[in-house]
Design a protein around this ligand. Structure first.
Ligand code: 26V
Length: 826
């Protein structure tokens, strides 16, 4: 097998650089460095060059931005607004260059200036304005909407600090603040003139105007300013550019002059700090709403700013006809986080624009749609009525009114029995009175979607079953997707080139053309090139592991990867317990021909999620023992790569052979890492959960390792009781592993560290780690066997890549556009 030189990894698939373009770009770079960065090329640092490069690229994007914006305006196109608390963007330089087709030209221009583009790419900090899947999906959707020329705007929060930086100390996760704006952000435009006032607290007055019925006016006690920052988002081939508008919070009177003059200097600063705190930091927990006031303030802050901006734009463009709003505007709620936008739109329509309630409600419902991203009951947002009344008194009144009319309508139509009222009420009267944001989103939207076929079906059967019976057409499925520009072309230029050479350049524009690659699954030449590309990435990842962790791994070993947030339901614990079992077997039979493996883990745990942090500690403790055991001959290594983020994902994914998607069936709404890994040629070992089910359908049963209980079996098992102790008694391998963990084999200085963890598995194994253990171990044994037949493995890997076209987020966006938003796509 001949390996291509490492440098070919970097060579992208764009057109070769045209000399005239290179000269023009070089001039532009020097001008930016000189006049915008204010540096002499002789003394410029890499960071200076990064800023000059980003600004040069941004200019090219802006050149396309204005025509895009003008065209939408002139054609009076219907606009899509994607409201999301999170946009997990990552770096933008590679993405932008790739989409503009400028990568090679820029590389050449920089090289003439003695600057290495690859070095600059790594200087850019990740924009980590999201926790995980939900935020990354929003970023993929923004890119796809631009690529499909959908007239779309993203709205979110410009957090000063994104998701915390994770580092590991003595095996434990530690959190440090993340500071992505420390050296400025060359991609964004501050818009000091785009500023809205966001109210909080105060009271509601009934105002009698003339002889009319009178109206309600909210008199907030406190006002915060929302200041816009725009980032242009360029689509594939630079055809269209959309805007991501993020809001930053400011106090209207930043000096607090009145308090200051009274001599209350600290008080003056406090009001400023209180306002700014809204956009200071991303909530670093996924799935567990903290129920805190600051979170609700964040949600209302950006939802209100977005709606005020949307209505302003609509009124300017459509002759002040607010009644036509839903004809020109579709608003997608990314989970319930922006659900307060529903009563906010009602308030704006009724209180500010004077519409009658029924007309306003019809417009509101026709405008909004809502995506659900999780069924975990603890993740469903509820806001206490007292907090809502205090912070958003007018919205609370509106929610009561929405609820009363909603329940009246259902009663009048005979759709619910009296004993079902409590269930469908927007107010949960059970444990303290709470507003159910999921219910509010359901009734305020014309379409509600799940993110995979299974998840959507479970939504219909479980959380939203009563609503689904009443409104059978409201729930629809939109299986998630990923943008191939970032997750294939940028992350894996070598594979992209191989694809373009085999199936043709059309694959760059039409992901379904990937299917033609299946014809090469048995072609030895293609298999070898495919393997060589993977090997390059594995060598690069091995180097990264060695640099960061001082662990040597064999690039020819099977790279077995689980990368995602650390969560009990995602079952990193199942993976590490099985790793221990493998370790035990290797030691018991050292002469057997073991498949060499590198177990790669990466992911963050919410800072307050103790169990998840203990699982990280266990992985690191197992790594310590396994990696230093000379009897294994390096056949098994365990690696926990700290600070998982989008950039690290881009390095790990093309180097992974096996993709761990092993959540308890019924609990992972979709997963999108599963798609990224399979697209890059990893085989999946997984449960029938989320989008794994659809991946299996696409790649075929022979090219995926499915194991474990189904969602229905999980439900039945939970109902009937797990009986974990009997199960363990029947499995010698499992009992040995648990005994080792519980007795401190991996934590000799703290032998009892994992005792409770093991006990709780035995007592109430809610995520069915033990129940699925044997099936998982058997599937892993199949994996090891398949690996031994490299031809068969490569064939399967090629077929995985070939059959992933359907998981392009372009397909997902087309479905949203047609079935939910009613907007044209290109
Ligand atoms: C909830 C909360 C609660 C308050 C604190 C901050 C916070 C942040 C996020 C969330 C919900 C997270 C839900 C989520 O990320 N779901 C994931 O969505 C992916 C995209 O649809 C999907 O692929 C994953 O399976 C699903 O877990």
């Amino acid at each position: 097998m001949t390996l291509p030189p490492t440098s070919s990894l970097k060579t992208r698939i764009a057109l070769p650089a045209d000399e005239a373009d290179v000269v023009a770009l070089r001039r532009a770079l020097v001008a930016k460095l000189t006049y915008a960065v204010g540096k002499d090329p002789l003394v410029a640092s890499n960071h200076d060059w990064f800023v000059a490069t980003a600004l040069t690229v941004r200019d090219r994007i802006v050149d396309r931005w204005f025509p895009s914006t003008r065209a939408i305006y002139e054609q009076k196109r219907k606009r899509v607004y994607y409201l999301s608390m999170e946009f997990l963007i990552g770096r933008l330089l590679g993405d932008s260059l790739n989409n503009l087709g400028l990568t090679e030209t820029m590389r050449a221009a920089l090289a003439e200036l003695g600057v290495d583009l690859e070095r600059l790419r790594t200087i850019e900090p990740d924009a980590a304005l999201g926790n995980g899947g939900l935020g990354r999906l929003a970023a993929c959707f923004m890119e796809s909407m631009a690529s499909l020329s959908v007239a779309a705007h993203g709205y979110g929060i410009r957090y000063d600090h994104g998701l915390f930086r994770q580092y590991i100390k003595d095996g434990w996760q530690m959190e440090a603040p993340e500071n992505w704006l420390a050296s400025g952000n060359p991609w964004e435009f501050e818009r000091p003139e785009v500023l809205f006032h966001i109210g909080f607290g105060g009271h509601v007055e009934l105002v009698q105007e003339g002889s009319g019925a009178g109206g309600y006016h909210w008199r907030p006690a406190e006002t915060v300013e929302a200041l816009a920052y725009d980032t242009p988002v360029v689509g594939w081939r630079g055809k269209h550019v959309n805007t991501l508008r993020l809001w930053s919070a400011r106090a209207p009177d930043p000096l607090g002059l009145e308090a200051f003059n009274r001599g209350d200097h600290l008080g003056a600063l406090a009001s400023q700090a209180r306002a700014q705190s809204i956009s200071q930091v991303l909530y670093p927990s996924d799935e567990t709403p903290a129920g805190e006031e600051l979170r609700l303030r964040q949600e209302y802050f950006f939802s209100s700013a977005a709606l005020q901006d949307i209505i302003r734009r609509h009124m300017e463009q459509h002759d002040g006809d607010v009644r036509a709003l839903n004809e020109h505007v579709a608003i997608q709620l990314n989970d319930t986080h922006p659900a307060i936008a529903i009563p906010e739109l009602m308030r704006l329509l009724v209180d500010v624009h004077g519409l009658e309630w029924e007309a306003a409600w019809t417009i509101t419902q026709a405008t909004f749609s809502y995506t659900n991203h999780t069924l975990l009951p603890e993740a469903l947002e509820h806001w206490g009525v007292p907090l809502m009344e205090r912070l958003l008194p007018r919205h609370m009144q509106i929610i009561y009114m929405i609820n009363a009319l909603h329940l009246d309508r259902l009663r009048a139509a005979g759709k619910i029995e009296e004993n079902e009222v409590g269930e469908v009420s927007l107010i949960d009267e059970q444990a303290g009175r709470k507003v159910r944001m999921g219910w509010l989103s359901f009734v305020g939207a014309h379409k509600v979607n799940g993110v995979s076929a299974l998840h959507t079906e479970l939504m219909r059967q479980t959380v939203f079953s009563t609503f689904n019976r009443i409104y059978p057409d409201r729930i629809v499925n939109k299986t998630n997707g990923i943008t191939f520009r970032r997750w294939l072309m940028e992350a894996n230029p070598g594979l992209t080139r191989l694809l373009a050479e085999t199936v043709g350049g059309k694959v760059l524009d039409d992901p379904m053309a990937l299917a033609d690659f299946a014809a090469y699954a048995d072609d030895t030449g293609v298999q070898d090139r495919f393997a060589a590309i993977r090997k390059d990435h594995k060598v690069a990842l091995a180097r990264l592991i060695s640099e960061r962790l001082h662990i040597r791994v064999n690039p020819d070993a099977l790279f077995d990867t689980q990368i995602k947030r650390i969560h009990e339901y995602k079952r990193q614990l199942l993976n590490i317990l099985e790793t221990i079992a493998l370790y035990d077997s290797m030691r018991a039979q050292p002469t057997r021909s073991w498949t060499p493996r590198v177990k790669i883990f990466a992911g963050k745990a919410a800072a307050s999620y103790h169990r998840a942090k203990l699982i990280i500690k266990l992985i690191n403790d197992v790594a310590q023992v396994v990696n230093s055991d000379p009897t294994l001959n390096g056949k098994l290594k365990v690696v926990f790569l700290p600070n998982y983020n989008v950039s690290l994902a881009e390095a790990i994914i093309p180097a992974s052979d096996l993709s761990e998607q092993i959540s308890t069936a019924g609990m992972e709404a979709s997963g999108t890492g599963n798609m990224k890994l399979a697209l890059n040629g990893a085989l999946t070992i997984g449960t029938l959960d989320g989008a794994n089910v659809e991946i299996k359908q696409q790649v075929g049963d022979d090219n995926i390792f499915i194991f474990g209980m189904t969602a229905a079996e999980v439900e039945a098992k939970r109902r009937d009781g797990v009986g974990a102790r009997d199960l363990v008694a029947a499995s010698p391998m499992l009992s040995q592993v648990l005994e080792q963990v519980a007795s401190g084999v991996f934590s000799p200085s703290e032998p009892d560290l994992y005792r409770d963890l093991v006990e709780s598995l035995l007592d109430h194994d809610h995520f069915l780690v033990l129940s699925d253990f044997d099936a998982y171990a058997a599937a892993q044994a199949q994996v090891a066997d398949r690996w031994k037949d490299q031809k068969a493995w490569r064939r399967s890997a090629i077929l995985n890549t070939a059959h992933m076209g359907w998981f392009s987020s372009d397909r997902t966006i087309r479905e949203y556009a047609r079935e939910i938003w009613d907007v044209p796509v290109q």
